[in-house]
Ligand binder design. Structure first.
Ligand code: GUN
Length: 284
């Protein structure tokens, strides 16, 4: 029986800390605000953005969402980003990914001012993460490290295997674990004999995007299993990248889906938005 890593409960604690900080800033005349851009009608993205709006409201952060039609041109999107960059009342800017086909994600990420880039997607912030001197935390990886910290799971010296090499999760996850002195292996769709790697993982992070991809035979007994997936199975039911029912009895710790990594990602976004407000007001 594994201990469940309760991201919902831990994120509530983080949100309460953020709320106290937002109130303290308000007392010094600084309000904290986030602009969210959502293009098109991807249902999952709409859900994520609603969750982000709700979390901002709970923490006392002002948020405004710009919902744009799927047919928005790159020029229109970049013009909005530029306007938000220039607006002193906006501390953080987040453009929900993926963008509809035809819109260039790299161009939009590059257009966001690095000082307002609360996703930490801009090359300047990615570079800081690589070097370990960063102000903006990569939301999902940093949320995972915070969850490990709260359960006193120390990655130092451990073999951490990350499945997935995306810019949003896999690559920054590997980097943060390396900063915590883990021995890190990054696996991906071209990895030969994936299970040979995952079976040696003390901490296994699944960021694959395939429902119940990680099966019990791929997991070392007593491992810490972190599931980044938000997938739909063949019946349309929400599930993760890990076959939870089969893996849970074998693991020492495991994150549920939902209620594991997702809430921690949002908690980190709130922290980054406060950091942005502080930096822009000369307070950090
Ligand atoms: N799409 C999936 N995860 C994320 C995220 O953390 N930020 C943004 N902007 N888009 C995403």
């Amino acid at each position: 029986m594994a201990t469940i890593l309760d991201g919902k409960a831990v994120s509530a604690q983080v949100k309460a800390d953020v709320k106290r900080e937002v109130e303290a800033l308000a007392g010094r005349g600084v309000s904290v605000s986030l602009a969210v851009i959502l293009v098109g009608d991807d249902p999952a993205s709409h859900t994520y953005v609603r969750n982000k709006e709700k979390a901002c409201a709970e923490a006392g952060i002002q948020s405004k969402t710009y919902r744009l039609p799927a047919g928005t041109t790159e020029q229109e999107l970049l013009a909005l980003v530029e306007a938000l960059n220039a607006d002193k009342a906006v501390n953080g800017i987040l453009c929900q990914l993926p963008l509809p086909k035809g819109l260039n994600e790299a161009a939009v990420i590059a257009a966001v001012s690095p000082a307002k880039d609360v996703d930490a997607f801009h090359t300047a912030n990615v570079g800081h993460i690589m070097l370990g001197d960063y102000a903006f935390l990569p939301c999902t990886p940093a949320g995972i490290v915070e969850l490990l910290d709260r359960y006193r799971i120390d990655p130092a010296g451990k073999h951490c295997v990350v499945i997935g090499r995306s810019n949003i999760v896999g690559k920054p996850m590997a980097m943060l674990l390396l900063h915590r002195n883990a021995t890190v292996t990054v696996c991906h769709s071209k990895t030969e004999d994936l299970a040979a790697y995952t079976r040696t993982a003390d901490i296994l992070v699944a960021a694959v995007g395939k429902p119940r991809f990680v099966t019990a035979d791929m997991v070392k007994p007593g491992a810490v299993v972190i599931d980044v997936g938000m997938d739909r199975d063949e019946n349309g039911k929400l599930c993760g990248d890990v076959d939870f029912a089969a893996v849970e009895p074998k693991a020492a710790y495991i994150t549920p889906v939902p209620g594991g990594v997702g809430p921690m990602t949002i908690a980190t976004l709130l922290k980054n938005t406060v950091t942005a407000a502080k930096l822009q007001n000369g307070m950090a």
